[in-house]
Design a protein around this ligand. Structure first.
Ligand code: SF4
Length: 416
């Protein structure tokens, strides 16, 4: 659903499919890994969203809760995790009793002071649930605002009103929640610079520490794409790039560090969880469709509650899209991910893949990259075409067509 932003992934079609002969990566949770818990439910679905989610039927919550417990029991943590991200879907729909029951289990496997984020819609911020989130150790909230404008929310087909966000955030602040991310969408049909600035101004008035700013992607098989196609809507890439740059200037002037294509943080508030993933660290996802990267393996849980539940009857649990990345593929992925971030990609790491250095020099000549000390880093122009840079690196290195749709759980900034 978001373009060129927060959904980078490359291994889906490239890595070598592997038979599940060695089950150990399917069980492992390496010490220091990032944990991801996927909630597959939404109270109502948004027309632009292509994530794995469903409107829950009676009984689904119990299936989900018991499934998470069963999945956890099949896994073998090797030490405490460095971060946890509870996303979806809509984790805010969980009952306070489920938050406590599930959260308590995971809290015990986190490092002291670990970042623990939960994605919430502003509509789910009840006092009882917020107390439960705090009790289990959640210390960072990510609110899916997307836009403050009722007409832009309608244009997105998002059935959530945002008329009380300011009052809700005031209540959060009063209750001591001080590590807050807001998600906004750019390039919504009908959004011009004036509407964009209004959204940014209202967001900044809430003093967030972090902002995720996603460029709307019209995903296949979404109601929004079907509607816009019927209406003869045409994407205007130049207009989108202009809006993005306008937003980036606005946020940088306001003191935010643009540390990833779609992510901005005040000093000291970059997401540690996202950093782990963009840095090709290890992460373990639990829940339907959650992705994992463990050692050289990447895999994903089955889509849908039932398929996931069925997979948990096997030991180790059955997974989909399991691939093993070669050392060279991992370097390429590190380059693709790193070149979406302000940290970039180490110059010396390119030597591990024949031809990669030449590709990076060509991208430098195109003024998409520059040398920043001992790293290659993206220029402003490069950030605007980060997906294209990724494709160029993989294609030029003969790695085949990349899959830029990293599965749920691996992609930071899932929209709420
Ligand atoms: S955008 Fe969020 S709330 Fe809307 S359908 Fe997708 S996951 Fe659910």
């Amino acid at each position: 659903m978001v373009a060129d932003a927060g959904t980078v992934g490359t291994a889906g079609r490239r890595g070598r499919p592997t038979a599940p002969a060695d089950p150990s990566p399917l069980r492992r949770i390496p010490a220091g890994a990032a944990l991801y818990l996927h909630v597959p439910f939404c109270a109502a679905t948004c027309d632009f969203c292509a994530f794995d989610k469903q409107v829950p039927s009676p009984g689904d919550w119990q299936v989900y809760r018991e499934g998470l417990e069963a999945e956890w029991a099949l896994l073998a943590p090797e030490g405490p995790a460095s971060s946890c991200f509870w996303g979806g879907g809509t984790p805010g729909l969980l009952k306070a009793s489920d938050i406590r029951r599930i959260g308590d289990r995971f809290r015990r496997n986190l490092q002291p002071g670990a970042e623990w984020t939960v994605e919430l819609t502003p509509q789910c911020l009840t006092r009882e649930k917020m107390e439960a989130w705090r009790e289990v150790g959640v210390n960072r909230l990510s609110l899916g605002v997307q836009s403050f404008s009722p007409s832009l929310l309608r244009a997105l087909g998002r059935p959530h009103a945002n008329d009380r966000v300011e009052a809700q955030v005031d209540r959060l602040r009063a209750a001591g929640w001080d590590n807050l991310n807001l998600d906004l969408i750019v390039a919504v049909p009908g959004q011009g610079p004036r509407e964009l600035e209004e959204d940014l101004r209202r967001a900044l008035a809430l003093s967030p520490d972090h902002l995720s700013l996603y460029n709307l992607t019209l995903e296949e098989d979404t109601p929004l794409l079907a509607r816009l196609a019927r209406e003869g809507y045409r994407v205007d890439p130049e207009n989108e790039a202009g809006l993005l740059e306008h937003a980036w200037d606005f946020l940088e002037t306001a003191g935010f560090h643009h540390y990833e294509v779609s992510n901005f943080a005040r000093p000291g508030h970059e997401s540690r969880h996202h950093r782990t993933i963009w840095g090709m660290g290890e992460w373990r996802g639990l829940g339907p469709s959650a992705a994992s990267q463990v050692g050289s393996y990447r895999f994903r849980n089955p889509h849908g509650l039932e398929a996931w539940r069925t997979a948990l009857r096997e030991d180790p649990p059955a997974v989909e899209e399991r691939v093993e990345l070669s050392p060279a593929e991992r370097v390429l992925e590190r380059a693709v991910f790193g070149l979406r971030t302000s940290r970039g990609f180490p110059v010396e790491a390119a030597a591990a893949v024949p031809g990669l250095e030449g590709i990076l020099r060509r991208l430098e000549a195109a003024e998409w990259l520059r040398r920043g000390g001992d790293h290659w880093v993206p220029t402003r122009a490069g950030l605007l075409v980060a997906d294209a840079i990724g494709r160029e690196i993989l294609a030029s290195a003969g790695a085949g067509a990349p899959d830029f749709s990293l599965p749920a759980g691996a992609a930071p900034g899932n929209l709420q």
